[in-house]
Design a protein around this ligand. Structure first.
Ligand SMILES: [Zn+2]
Length: 250
C-alpha cells in the first residue's frame, strides 16, 4: 500500500475510535495530499473507524477546485463532478466534502486534513458562544496544538456553499495573521484540522475536543475566563514550545 494512504487509514481509525466521540456512523472525513495535482479522500458513506483502502478515492484536485468558481450548479451536477474528479474514473464516489479538502491542499505545508463532528465541541458550536470558541483560547496546550485562534465559518450548506465559505474565511485568516490556521471551526457542524503530518492533525482534533469540554465546564461556572491575547501570543512564539511541538511531531 502507498505509504501516504497507510497513514491516512491510521489517522482515520484514530479519529473514529468510539470512546473519542469525534465521529459516529459515516460522519467526518479525512484526506492526504499525494502530489500537487492529486489527493486521496474518504469515500462517501464509509466509516472512519473501519476505513479500508477500498474506501479511499484518489481525486484530481483541479477538477474539484474549479467547481468553487461555478456560479450556479445543481446537486446532480455536483454529484457528477465528484465522480468525474476520480483519478482514471476508479473508486467509490468521494465525500461531498472533498471539495473543501481539495482547496485546503493549496495552502503551503498542508499534507493532511481531518474533519469530524465532536460531541463536546459541537455543544459549543451549537450555542451562542461558537465564535468565542473559535477566536479565543483557554489554556496553553490549546494554543500549541490548535494555533493562537481558529477560522470561524458561520453555518453553510454542506458541499459547495460550505467549501466556498471555508475558502473565503481561510484566505481572510491568512491575510490578517500572516500564517495558516491549524483549526477551522464550522458553526452548528464541526471542526477541520489541517497540518503537515497526520500527528499534528490528530493532536489538533483531540485538543480541540478537550478545549470544548473545558469551555462547557467553565461556562457552567460563569466563565470561561479566556487567556489574555498577550499570553496567547507568548505561547505561540516560545522556543521551548516549538521544541516540544517538534518532539511530539505535531
Ligand atoms: Zn461534516
Amino acid at each position: 500500500m502507498n505509504e501516504s494512504i497507510g497513514a491516512l487509514l491510521e489517522l482515520s481509525h484514530e479519529i473514529g475510535r468510539p470512546e473519542r466521540r469525534l465521529a459516529i456512523l459515516g460522519e467526518g472525513n479525512t484526506s492526504v495530499k499525494l502530489s500537487a495535482s492529486q489527493f486521496a479522500v474518504k469515500a462517501s458513506g464509509s466509516r472512519l473507524a473501519s476505513l479500508a483502502e477500498a474506501d479511499v478515492t484518489i481525486c484530481e484536485s483541479e477538477k474539484l477546485i474549479a467547481l468553487l468558481d461555478r456560479k450556479t450548479i445543481s446537486d446532480e451536477a455536483v454529484d457528477q463532478a465528484l465522480l468525474d474528479s476520480r483519478s482514471k474514473g476508479i473508486g467509490k464516489k468521494p465525500s461531498v466534502e472533498a471539495m473543501f479538502h481539495a482547496w485546503l491542499f493549496t495552502i503551503e505545508g498542508v499534507n493532511f486534513v481531518g474533519h469530524c463532528h465532536p460531541v463536546t465541541v459541537n455543544q459549543v458550536l451549537c450555542s451562542p458562544r461558537a465564535r468565542d470558541f473559535a477566536e479565543r483560547r483557554l489554556f496553553p496546550d490549546e494554543v500549541v496544538c490548535c494555533g493562537p485562534s481558529s477560522v470561524f465559518v458561520p453555518y453553510a450548506d454542506p458541499g459547495l456553499v460550505l467549501a466556498r465559505e471555508i475558502r473565503e474565511r481561510t484566505i481572510d485568516y491568512i491575510k490578517t495573521n500572516g500564517f495558516a490556521p491549524r483549526l477551522i471551526v464550522l458553526q452548528n457542524h464541526g471542526i477541520i484540522a489541517i497540518g503537515a503530518s497526520s500527528n499534528s492533525v490528530l493532536a489538533c482534533l483531540l485538543m480541540a475536543e478537550k478545549a470544548g469540554e473545558i469551555f462547557v465546564g467553565a461556562a457552567s461556572l460563569g466563565g470561561p475566563n479566556f487567556l489574555p491575547a498577550k499570553h496567547v501570543e507568548r505561547i505561540f512564539v516560545r522556543p521551548d514550545e516549538a521544541y516540544r511541538q517538534k518532539q511530539l511531531k505535531i
